[in-house]
Design a binder for this molecule. Structure first.
Ligand SMILES: Cc1cc2nc3c(=O)[nH]c(=O)nc-3n(C[C@H](O)[C@H](O)[C@H](O)COP(=O)(O)OP(=O)(O)OC[C@H]3O[C@@H](n4cnc5c(N)ncnc54)[C@H](O)[C@@H]3O)c2cc1C
Length: 69
């Protein structure tokens, strides 16, 4: 894993890899800007993701329940 000095102000830190944070991280990385992206939710894959809009709510967001609950 890449590590950065906490005083390195060329690194952008994004909290949350959802629609906003994930999109922003992708755009910045494509421009060569270093990004650290924190995500509190569980990792999902195409195998684990529930392909039902209502039931999939339980898989979204922060585990402490601050998002979508
Ligand atoms: C079932 C469903 C269907 C939807 N369909 C559509 C659609 O068709 N079209 C549309 O435009 N919109 C749709 N939306 C709405 C859309 O998903 C949201 O508007 C959008 O995801 C909001 O983006 P966001 O980046 O603000 O938050 P999110 O996408 O919720 O991302 C926030 C992320 O931050 C993480 N997080 C929170 N707290 C912390 C923390 N302290 N540390 C680290 N990580 C943290 C969360 O786990 C989450 O991953 C849908 C929403 C749902 C639930």
């Amino acid at each position: 894993m890449t590590t950065f000095n906490q005083k390195d102000d060329s690194v952008v830190v994004i909290i949350g890899s959802g629609a906003g944070g994930g999109t922003l991280a992708n755009e910045l990385c494509q421009k060569g800007i270093k990004v650290v992206l924190f995500e509190a939710g569980a990792r999902q894959s195409t195998e684990t993701f529930i392909q039902d809009e209502w039931k999939s709510f339980q898989q979204f967001g922060h585990p402490a329940g601050r998002v979508y609950r």
